[in-house]
Design a protein around this ligand. Structure first.
Ligand code: SF4
Ligand code: SF4
Length: 442
């Protein structure tokens, strides 16, 4: 039987429009907006001032702390402003705006390759922070943080996440097909540095060509194995991938590291290969542009900072019936309040939906059917959590392990009564976090 995790849901894949489309480069545009906050952790601090000329791949902002990364210019150009700009999260965020140099050939950054074997662990962690790497599967957690292991901690397995279980998204799929050797190269670098004994690539069975490409790229590497996984959502969530690949549960409040595993996305692996072998920091990424509202679906290599509006225009613009554009997948992504926001390092997709998909379902009373409980991969009781959240009884939710919720939305997807369970839990978790922060300060 094909491996998987417990519970979860089976949303329609909708990947056929882009899964066979090779990645194409998005043409350069006039202006780029680089928010200083594009990942979990502290925002970066500007290293440049308005008027300064910058080159493609040059550092323009330094990490604002350990859980933060360097930000680089995606193009040759000139800094025209630093100030608040609309962010995909729906608020204004400090950003560096760059006007492109129209005469530059925009050659990729070039420097001699660095042999990762010559670096100590601390140097390895520092150089990945310098490369601006973040998890590219959506959460955008700075990659280097995962590699600074607490003293005495041993990691035995590297789990490379090639699930891409969100509907519509195919950017990771294309990377595995087109750049399998670099996915494997990135994994080899991490494995050698962390003393890892086994590398497992988890790929869902709806990506047969990706499985074949990775199998060919890992041939003759006994420490590496490609593991086909059942098609199920949210298999790409870290704890679910650990369960699917290793058959063990990561306990409540713990990380994969606590069971001896590190989980990284396939796009992070290619970014690591790019940094060591080509000295290219994270200045561009593959974005799937799809959904019924997009005229020409595509997988595009897009410089970070490109306005969403420009990306959609490159794909023929939006169909008239479009009602909503979502950044990320339909399950965990967020609708955009404006198209004048930039593509971030964590932007895996831009999906345009019409009225039929964007409309919120009518909400009815809970019929106690238990489908949300059956769906929850964290084995929680979403129905109860949702009710407590709605009643504002947030503290009581802690006893029901609310903080273990990974906000995957499987419960809402499964609910026949249209109850927005994940939204209720998300709001309550935010309030609980704020309360905890206030208590820490006082
Ligand atoms: S309660 Fe949280 S983890 Fe469980 S299905 Fe709902 S969103 Fe996912
Ligand atoms: S799936 Fe919806 S209706 Fe069924 S128990 Fe959960 S909240 Fe109630």
């Amino acid at each position: 039987m094909t491996r998987s995790f417990r519970h979860g849901v089976h949303p329609e894949g909708h990947k056929e429009a882009t899964e066979h489309l090779p990645v194409e480069r998005m043409p350069f545009v006039d202006r780029y907006v680089l928010p200083l906050s594009q990942h979990t952790g502290a925002p970066a601090t500007p290293l440049v001032a308005p008027g300064r000329r910058v080159s493609r791949g040059e550092a323009i902002a330094a990490p604002g702390g350990f859980v933060s990364t360097t930000l680089h210019a995606p193009v040759d150009g000139r800094v025209v402003a630093i100030g608040p700009r609309p962010h995909p999260a729906g608020r204004l965020v400090e950003a560096i705006e760059i006007e492109i140099d129209p005469w530059s050939p925009q050659s990729p950054p070039r420097a001699a390759a660095v042999d990762p074997a010559t670096l100590s662990r601390d140097e390895f962690v520092a150089t990945l922070q310098e490369a601006g790497l973040v998890g590219m599967g959506g959460a955008a957690f700075p990659t280097h943080v995962k590699y600074r292991l607490p003293a005495g901690r041993v990691v035995r397995q590297l789990l490379v996440n090639g699930c891409e279980c969100e509907p519509f998204l195919t950017s990771d799929h294309r990377l595995m097909v087109e750049r399998a050797a670099d996915v494997v190269r990135g994994a080899s670098i991490v494995a050698a540095q962390l003393g890892i004994v086994e590398v497992l690539f988890g790929v869902e069975t709806n990506k047969a060509d990706a499985i074949a490409a990775l199998e060919a790229a890992t041939a003759g590497r006994p420490e590496m194995r490609v593991v086909p996984l059942a098609v199920k959502y949210p298999q790409g969530a870290e704890k679910m991938l650990v369960r699917a690949l290793l058959g063990i549960e990561v306990p409540s409040g713990k990380l994969p590291l606590d069971v001896g595993a590190v989980v990284n996305n396939v796009a992070t692996m290619t970014a690591i290969a790019d940094w060591f072998d080509r000295r290219r920091p994270l200045i561009e990424r593959v974005v799937t542009v799809a959904g019924p509202g997009v005229r020409r679906p595509a997988n595009l290599l897009v410089p970070v900072g490109t306005p969403v509006r420009a990306v959609l225009e490159h794909c023929g613009g939006l169909a008239e019936a479009t009602r909503e554009v979502v950044m990320g997948g339909p399950m965990m992504g967020a609708p955009l309040a404006s198209l004048d926001v930039p593509v971030l390092k964590g932007t895996s997709g831009l999906l345009a939906f019409t009225e039929a998909e964007a409309r919120l379902p009518a909400e009815y009373s809970c019929i106690k059917c238990g489908r949300c409980v059956e769906a929850c991969p964290q084995l929680l009781n979403p129905s109860r959590l949702g009710r407590l959240a709605r009643a504002g009884r947030w503290e009581e939710m802690l006893a029901y392990h609310a903080m273990d919720c990974v906000e995957c939305g499987s419960c809402s997807f499964a609910c026949p009564s249209g109850i927005p369970i994940v939204q209720l839990i998300r709001v309550a978790k935010g309030a609980l976090r704020q309360q905890a922060a206030r208590e820490k300060v006082s």
